[in-house]
Design a protein around this ligand. Structure first.
Ligand code: 5GP
Ligand code: ZN
Length: 112
């Protein structure tokens, strides 16, 4: 198994768990860029949004709603940002789809 986030999901690479259920796992980013920086990943391997299909519709919705639920639990009433990087131009560095939940500071727009 060479996928880092599959290894995090199965526990062979340690991580700081934030939330988990039968479909997804959320953990603290190892190099946070905001006071709250959490990654929400599906337990099953999907490389990116570019690799996702109609059969993943419900799962992708679940990732976003889970990020929103975690944001509520972290008290991010002032708002937050959810980001999914896809491919080289999108800045994706780990090829297992993940939602970044960023919060606790003001986010600039447009992103770099
Ligand atoms: P991407 O650049 O693919 O959108 O995001 C990958 C994220 O994974 C980065 O924010 C990076 O800090 C995080 N990351 C990379 N390796 C690890 C790791 O071993 N553990 C954790 N918790 N996060 C990681
Ligand atoms: Zn994977």
């Amino acid at each position: 198994m060479s996928c880092l986030f599959c290894q995090i999901v199965d526990g062979s690479v340690p991580s700081k768990a934030i939330y988990q259920d039968d479909k997804c796992y959320a953990f603290a980013d190892i190099k946070p860029v905001a006071p709250v920086h959490i990654l929400v990943v599906p337990r099953s391997h999907i490389a990116s949004t570019a690799h996702a299909g109609g059969e993943h519709k419900e799962l992708l919705g679940h990732l976003l709603l889970t990020a929103a639920e975690i944001a509520r639990s972290k008290g991010l009433e002032q708002g937050y940002r959810t980001v999914i990087n896809t491919g080289d131009d999108g800045g994706q560095t780990v090829d297992h789809i993940h939602v970044h939940l960023l919060g606790g500071r003001h986010m600039a727009w447009p992103p770099g």
